[in-house]
Design a protein around this ligand. Structure first.
Ligand code: SF4
Length: 289
C-alpha cells in the first residue's frame, strides 16, 4: 500500500494519491486517464475521481505494480473492487489487472473459451485472480508473448497445472521447464481459434497471439500511443533488432484483426480489420522514419 508520508506534493486533494515509489509504468494513465497523468517522470492524481470514475481509479490502484497508489477512504470500497478482477474488455476477453513490477507493469489478459481458458502473459500472483479464474473454469494454457512478461507464471501453473508456452529463442534457465516450446519462424495454429504468429524484433523469440481473427495480443511488439493516437513500437526498448521488428510488423498486414491488446498501454479497437490495417501501415511508415 502506498505511504501517506511519501505522498507526492502535487496530487489533487482527496482520497486517492500517488507516492514517490512510482516507476512511471503508465498503467494508471491508461486505466483511469481522467484521474492520473504523468508529471515529471511519475504519476500523480491530477483530478480526484468523480462518482463514475471511482471504480476505474480503484482498479488502477490494484493494478499498480509497485503499490504506489493510495486511498484514504472507506476500506469496504477497496475490498469490494479487489474481488472484481479480471476486468471485462470485450466478449469473453478480460484484463487481469494486478500488474507485476518484474514485467515493468505489463498488462496480461484472460480468454474464457469452451476449449480451455488461456492466460496471455502473467499478472502478479494474487489469490483473488486465482480464485476468480477458478470460478471462471480454470486455466488450460499460459501463453507467454516473450521473456520479459513471465512474472508469476509458475505460481499460476501450480494452482492450475496449466501448460506454459513460449518461443525457444526467448527461453532462459528460468523458463526452460516450460511445457511447450515453439521453434522456427512458422506460425503455430494451437487451436481452431488460436494462432501464434512469430514476430521477432523486440526480442528474438517474440510472438503474438491471434484469437478468433479478431483479438491480437501483442506483448511488447506493438502498442497504442494515446498521446499521438497511433499504433506504436518501442524503439528505445527494442532488445533484439529494430529492422527485424519492422519486417515483423509488415508481416502482420497479412492477418485480420480489429483489436490490439498490448502489454503496455490501452487496448485499441477499430471498426473493421481494414481500418486496423490502415493504422498498422501508418505505424510501419513511422517506424521507418
Ligand atoms: S501504475 Fe503505479 S507505477 Fe505505474 S505509473 Fe501509475 S502509480 Fe506509477
Amino acid at each position: 500500500m502506498a505511504n501517506l508520508r511519501n505522498k507526492r506534493n502535487k496530487n489533487a486533494e482527496g482520497n486517492f494519491f500517488v507516492d514517490n515509489s512510482c516507476i512511471d509504468c503508465g498503467t494508471c494513465y491508461w486505466m483511469a486517464p481522467k484521474v492520473f497523468k504523468e508529471d515529471d517522470g511519475m504519476s500523480l492524481v491530477y483530478e480526484q475521481p468523480k462518482a463514475n470514475q471511482e471504480i476505474k481509479a480503484m482498479e488502477a490502484l490494484f493494478s499498480c505494480p509497485t503499490n504506489s497508489i493510495g486511498y484514504t477512504g472507506a476500506r469496504v470500497e477497496m475490498r469490494k473492487i479487489s474481488k472484481t478482477f479480471p476486468i471485462p474488455v470485450d466478449e469473453n476477453v478480460f484484463h487481469n489487472g494486478y500488474h507485476s513490477e518484474s514485467s515493468y507493469g505489463a498488462a496480461s489478459y484472460f480468454i474464457q473459451r469452451e476449449n480451455g481458458n488461456v492466460l496471455v502473459d502473467s499478472p502478479r500472483y494474487s489469490s483473488v485472480i486465482s480464485k476468480n479464474i477458478k470460478e471462471m473454469g480454470g486455466l488450460s494454457l499460459q501463453y507467454l508473448t516473450h521473456r520479459d512478461d513471465v512474472a508469476d507464471t509458475d505460481l499460476y501453473q501450480k494452482d492450475f497445472q496449466s501448460k506454459r508456452l513460449m518461443h525457444k529463442e526467448d527461453i532462459s534457465k528460468k523458463t526452460e521447464h516450460f511445457e511447450i516450446i515453439l521453434e522456427g519462424e512458422d506460425d503455430y495454429q494451437i487451436d481452431d481459434d488460436l494462432l501464434v504468429i512469430t514476430v521477432p524484433g523486440h526480442t528474438k523469440g517474440h510472438t503474438v497471439l491471434l484469437y478468433k481473427e479478431k483479438y491480437l495480443f501483442t506483448g511488447d511488439h506493438l502498442a497504442f500511443q494515446r498521446q499521438n493516437k497511433h499504433l506504436y513500437a518501442f524503439k528505445t526498448a527494442c532488445w533484439y533488432d529494430w529492422d527485424t521488428q519492422i519486417k515483423s510488423m509488415e508481416k502482420l498486414l497479412n492477418y485480420n484483426f480489429t483489436h490490439v491488446l498490448p502489454g503496455h498501454g490501452a487496448p485499441l479497437k477499430s471498426n473493421n480489420s481494414n481500418d486496423m490495417k490502415i493504422e498498422l501501415e501508418k505505424c510501419i511508415d513511422w517506424m521507418k522514419k
